[in-house]
Design a protein around this ligand. Structure first.
Ligand SMILES: Cc1cc2nc3c(=O)[nH]c(=O)nc-3n(C[C@H](O)[C@H](O)[C@H](O)COP(=O)(O)O)c2cc1C
Length: 158
């Protein structure tokens, strides 16, 4: 038997990076959600996936979006992860960078990718959103990523 507590505890041992996946709502305002389920799926074509809870407030927006952007957070931006973990958290306007293909991007990330929605699969209480990467940028420099492990933010110590 797998109870959800042991499942969460075990998955908490699987350290990940953190991203904010963004799109635009009907009013054309930038929206985003903190996501650590990002996975690279395929090289040709370049596909990535993320899993989104169907109960998330932004779920209907992503369900209808033709494109989304993935912002990979650096260790300096734990605040971004916290802002985007709550749909209604007030968000400072100055954290937004210049948009790409109309999609909102965050300042000071390790890099970003613009994805065209490829497929959406139902999986339990989440949906798997698969996107084709149509544009990307890795920022120059050697910033470290923000990590998530055992339900806590971590930094690389080396
Ligand atoms: C580090 C971190 C990673 C997260 N990763 C995911 C994820 O991959 N998929 C998901 O549906 N929610 C994820 N969440 C939760 C959402 O960001 C958000 O908190 C949740 O959808 C509830 O927000 P809402 O009730 O305001 O919609 C993550 C939260 C944190 C803090």
């Amino acid at each position: 038997m797998t109870d959800s507590r042991s499942f969460r505890q075990l998955m908490g041992c699987f350290a990940t990076g953190i991203t904010v996946v963004t799109a635009r709502n009907k009013e054309n305002e930038p929206v985003g959600i903190t996501i650590n389920s990002l996975t690279s799926v395929s090289l040709d074509p370049p596909l990535v996936l993320f899993c989104l809870d169907r109960k998330a407030q932004l779920y209907p927006i992503f369900r209808q979006a033709s494109h989304f952007a993935v912002n990979i957070l650096s260790e300096d931006h734990q605040d971004f992860s916290q802002y985007f973990a709550y749909a209604h958290h007030p968000k400072p306007k100055n954290m937004w960078d210049k948009a790409q293909d109309g999609l909102p991007l965050l300042k000071g990330t390790l890099g970003w990718m613009i994805c065209k929605m490829h497929k959406i699969h139902k999986a339990g209480d989440h949906d798997i959103f698969v996107g084709e990467v149509i544009k990307l940028h890795k920022r120059a420099g050697q910033k470290n990523p923000l990590l998530y492990f055992h339900s806590r933010y971590r930094k690389i110590e080396d």
